[in-house]
Design a binder for this molecule. Structure first.
Ligand SMILES: [Zn+2]
Length: 313
């Protein structure tokens, strides 16, 4: 009897584990690499169940290894990782073909690279996206004219933009980001940029949460625009995330939502985020596959060969 119980328990554990990965490959459009991390820092600001228990690895090297292990475990075949040029290179060397580099901001809140050096990094294959541009943390609006040359380059080259919108860690303006302002996260502040550049490929990170109504308006008016669900799937209360996700899906945008974790210092958030989307009771399997993989494959213009390889064909 006891043995039967053990067999049943391990069978259930196996089913539970498979439920995470069995749906097919995943693309994570929202990872960060770091030169160093605050060791053992906890996600104690998070509202998501289980997220507060997450602890950061002890070093940047361990953080990268733990992230790769989480990716393997969850069949995450490709990810956009944003960070300094040096940290992007380190991740790409550790796992060739798994990471698209995202060129991030320098200390002044503007892109780390000039347009010319960005172009060189794109041409050598190190960078494939501009962002995450966390302009909001520096009190800079998306349509600041200092960014115009970057946006023009992106439109001309077809390289996508990854723009932070919406939320930030609670207490930010009183600690690490004194210039952060809530209203600078509004998705409609991006409108002058995209209205002037019909060819710009962009995704608004965090789907502008909590400005979901503005996000819907932007997605409706600009059919080339996408949104990611970074941090929402594991950092918010599940009810709040589901309410936002359902709102976007019911409005008809299931084909323009990208899965992203924004796990920051906490690799374990990747599994939490995937599980939360996987068990969303209002999503069909097709909608989950679109959000986990197919929308990103389309957005990133992946080739038939890449898609086949990701599916093990
Ligand atoms: Zn962000």
């Amino acid at each position: 009897m006891k043995n039967l119980f053990l067999v049943l328990a391990s069978l259930l554990a196996l089913l539970g584990a498979e439920a995470v990965a069995q749906g097919g490959p995943v693309i994570d459009v929202h990872l960060h690499s770091y030169a160093e991390i605050p060791p053992r820092i906890r996600a104690d600001w998070a509202d998501g169940a289980d997220a507060r228990a997450l602890t950061a690895p002890a070093s940047a090297e361990e953080h990268m290894r733990a992230t790769l292990a989480e990716m393997d475990r969850n069949n995450v075949v490709l990810a956009i990782v944003s960070g300094s040029e040096a940290s992007i290179r380190a991740w790409q060397e550790a796992a060739p073909g798994r990471f698209i580099g995202g060129a991030a901001l320098g200390d002044d809140g503007l892109p780390e690279h000039s347009v010319d050096s960005l172009r060189a990094l794109v041409e050598e294959g190190t960078v494939g996206v501009l962002g995450e541009l966390g302009l909001q943390y520096y009190g800079i609006a998306p349509d600041d004219s200092r960014l115009d040359p970057y946006y023009d380059y992106l439109e001309a080259s077809g390289i996508p933009l990854a723009l932070h919108t919406g939320l930030g860690p609670p207490g930010g303006p009183h600690s690490f980001a004194p210039a952060f302002r809530v209203a600078l996260g509004r998705p409609t502040l991006f409108e002058p940029v995209i209205a002037a550049r019909p060819g710009l490929q962009a995704y608004l990170m965090h789907a502008g949460w909590p400005y979901i109504e503005e996000m819907k308006a932007m997605l409706y008016i600009y059919p080339s625009l996408y949104a990611d669900i970074g941090v929402l799937a594991w950092g918010l209360k599940r009810e709040a995330f589901y309410s936002a996700l359902r709102n976007l899906v019911e409005a008809g945008f299931e084909d323009r939502l990208l899965f992203g974790t924004d796990q920051m210092f906490w690799p374990g958030a990747l599994t939490l985020a995937i599980e939360t989307v996987e068990v969303a009771p209002f999503l069909s399997n097709e909608q989950k596959r679109a959000i986990f993989y197919h929308n990103a494959a389309r957005f990133l213009n992946l080739s038939e060969e890449q898609i086949a390889a990701h599916h093990g064909r």
